[in-house]
Design a protein around this ligand. Structure first.
Ligand SMILES: [Ca+2]
Ligand SMILES: [Zn+2]
Length: 316
């Protein structure tokens, strides 16, 4: 019974996604979120001016194993990291809502479902059982002291790519705790107001969402982003970097992608990537990084490309 019900809903969603949100609303289905990847290095989302997206740096660290090592100026350099802030905005018609759940504490990870706001009565399923759409993402409890909460896996990914689009380095970050961390600028008709509406109550919860902080015994967790809000990770946070220790001198794209595998159902996937082109130059104009690094490479911004998955051109 449930399976059949779920299949029907999935079909309705597929139709909604294929034919677009206006039809979805007209046919009385759901209000879909729309995640937008802000330009690389933008904290607090994208204001429309990429020159303000300056939250990135080069950080030489002593210990390559530390997820959040201190940047060192002197002494042995074990790894060189390109750190950057990432932000994802919800500019859609409805909130992004993900419910995690597990049967009991013996089940290590929670399975996850996406919930959608009804376009008919505005209701939002506020538990896993009523969430409409099973997703192939899981949540796990991250015990590291700077986290101690439940993480959703694979929400965003970062890559360093060559001019021809080949990936040279991928991120090591895995976990995310989504909430309403900042307000997105611009007019969004379905932005929640502070009232007793379903989206208003959800926003009150997401504003302070800590994803089951200090609750490894939790059986359910909710994560999400309201319309008109965004979720960001400062460049100083664990794993907010790409390791460029072994990357030859040259021109590359730093690419940030949200929901790259389309695990989450959205109104549009055309705005899920942003890239910036950088040049990496090792000391002495060396092509390859030295075997023993005593000085980090010089990294220069060539340009920032909001909304584009490819930024570098052959002329760079
Ligand atoms: Ca999107
Ligand atoms: Zn965390």
């Amino acid at each position: 019974m449930f399976r059949r019900h779920a299949a029907l809903i999935t079909t309705a969603l597929l139709v909604a996604v294929v034919v677009g949100p206006s039809h979805a609303q007209a046919s009385g289905t759901v209000l879909l979120p729309d995640l937008r990847q802000a330009p690389v290095g933008c904290s607090g989302g994208y204001s429309g001016d990429p020159s303000r997206c300056v939250d990135w740096d080069v950080c030489p660290v002593a210990d390559p194993a530390a997820p959040n090592g201190e940047c060192v100026q002197v002494g042995p350099i074990g790894a060189v990291r390109l750190r950057f802030t990432t932000s994802a905005d919800n500019v859609g018609d409805g909130p992004l809502v993900i419910h995690g759940s597990r049967r009991d504490v013996g089940q290590r990870e929670m399975t996850a479902r996406q919930a959608f706001q009804s376009a008919v009565d505005g209701s939002i399923p506020m538990d896993y059982a009523r969430a409409q759409h099973p997703i192939p993402a899981t949540m796990y409890y991250e015990p590291a002291v700077t986290h101690e909460h439940w993480h959703l896996l694979g929400f965003e990914h970062f890559q360093l790519r060559t001019l021809s689009g080949d990936t040279v380095v991928t991120d090591r970050k895995t976990g995310f705790c989504l909430g309403d961390r900042y307000a997105v600028s611009g007019h969004l008709p379905n932005r929640p107001t502070a009232d007793d509406s379903p989206q208003g109550r959800l926003a009150a919860l997401l504003r302070t969402n800590r994803c089951g902080h200090h609750a490894p015994e939790a059986l359910s967790v909710v994560q999400g982003i309201s319309v008109g809000s965004g979720d960001d990770y400062p460049h100083t946070v664990d794993f907010q970097w790409l390791d460029i220790t072994k990357v030859p001198s040259g021109v590359y794209d730093v690419v940030n992608i949200v929901n790259g595998d389309r695990t989450l159902v959205e109104k549009s996937y055309a705005n899920n990537a942003s890239a910036m082109t950088i040049s990496i130059r090792w000391p002495g104009n060396a092509t390859e990084p030295p075997a023993t690094i005593t000085m980090p490479p010089q990294v220069r911004l060539v340009r920032n490309c909001p909304g584009a998955e490819q930024c570098a051109t052959l002329r760079d």
